[in-house]
Design a protein around this ligand. Structure first.
Ligand code: OMP
Length: 281
């Protein structure tokens, strides 16, 4: 099954567009986990298991693991997610971008080492830097387009032959790089007008949309700007607001409650909400 098919099934079966971002910062871990050798794995697996009923994808950010010399715990986490939550796609957030021969290694890292269903990449180095990922047609490639951070405007808003660069990127991905139907774009919830412009340019292509929660993006505006006519099309990411909902012993329950509330706020704004597949969640 392709990434896009898996994602569409997850949207439908979970009745959720929520991506739970897994950005483990040991300085913010609950006291009971601090100092444990496998604390990063335990924290992320605990969050994922608690939030799974409300999520349609998980997004581990590789820098949080690499900075702690904890790539082994990321591998273990991805294995755990595949085993315990096989229907929920894993997006490895790595924002890779390099010449083809190096990009090939990044693709192997994401898709073989970590077994990710999709990876985030930068478009800055152009077509040949994306080509190696396209050789994995069942996996997703999520290309940075209009990022959530203020500094994204430095380059992404530059005019290129009458259109802003971020729309040029959207067009490049939709018209040239998406030949296997495996691509998506990253567009921040902090820029709803641009989100609407991207949606208008790329049809029903999936969009990874970070920026709600800790970055303050408005959920109704995000959903209105970015949903497809069918009421899906977005992986709306929240990390810190869920991960660190409580620093106490109730961290799993607090994260689950935050994920549930976020899912519900998203669903309340969706034009069409598919009925939950199983028991009420
Ligand atoms: O690619 C991303 O996920 C991403 C793109 C972007 O434009 N902005 C952005 O914040 N992110 C990621 O989203 C996560 C932040 O989520 P919050 O903690 O909810 O703000 C981090 O992992 C960021 O790297």
């Amino acid at each position: 099954m392709s990434f896009i098919q898996k994602l569409e099934q997850a949207w439908a079966s979970s009745d959720s567009l929520l991506t739970v971002g897994l950005d483990p910062d040991p300085a913010r871990f609950p006291a009971g986990l601090r100092g444990r050798r496998d604390a990063i794995f335990e924290f992320c697996a605990g969050i994922a298991d608690a939030c799974a009923p409300y999520a349609s994808s998980f997004k581990p950010q590789i820098a949080y693991f690499a900075a702690q010399r904890a790539e082994d715990q990321l591998e273990a986490l991805c294995a755990h997610l595949r085993t315990r939550h096989p229907d929920i796609p894993i997006v490895l957030d790595a924002k890779r971008g390099d010449i083809g021969s190096t990009a090939q290694q990044y693709a192997i890292e994401a898709f073989e080492r970590y077994g990710a269903d999709a990876v985030t990449v930068s478009p800055y180095m152009g077509s040949d830097s994306i080509e190696p990922y396209l050789e994995w047609p069942d996996r997703g490639i999520l290309v940075l387009c209009r990022t959530s951070n203020p500094g994204g405007s430095d380059l992404q808003f530059l005019e290129v032959e009458g259109e802003p660069l971020y729309l040029r990127v959207a067009g490049l991905v939709a018209d040239r790089w998406n030949r296997h139907g495996q691509c998506g774009l990253v567009v921040g919830a902090t820029f709803p007008a641009e989100l609407a412009a991207v949606r208008g340019r790329v049809g029903s292509m999936p969009l990874l949309v970070p920026g709600i929660g800790a970055q303050g993006g408005d959920i109704p505006a995000t959903v209105e700007a970015g949903c497809t006519a069918g009421g899906t099309g977005m992986m709306i990411n929240s990390a810190r607001a869920i991960l660190y909902a409580s620093g106490g012993d109730d961290w799993r329950e607090a994260a689950a409650a935050a994920a549930r509330a976020t899912r519900d706020a998203i669903n309340a704004a969706r034009p069409v909400s598919a009925p939950p597949s199983g028991t009420s969640r």
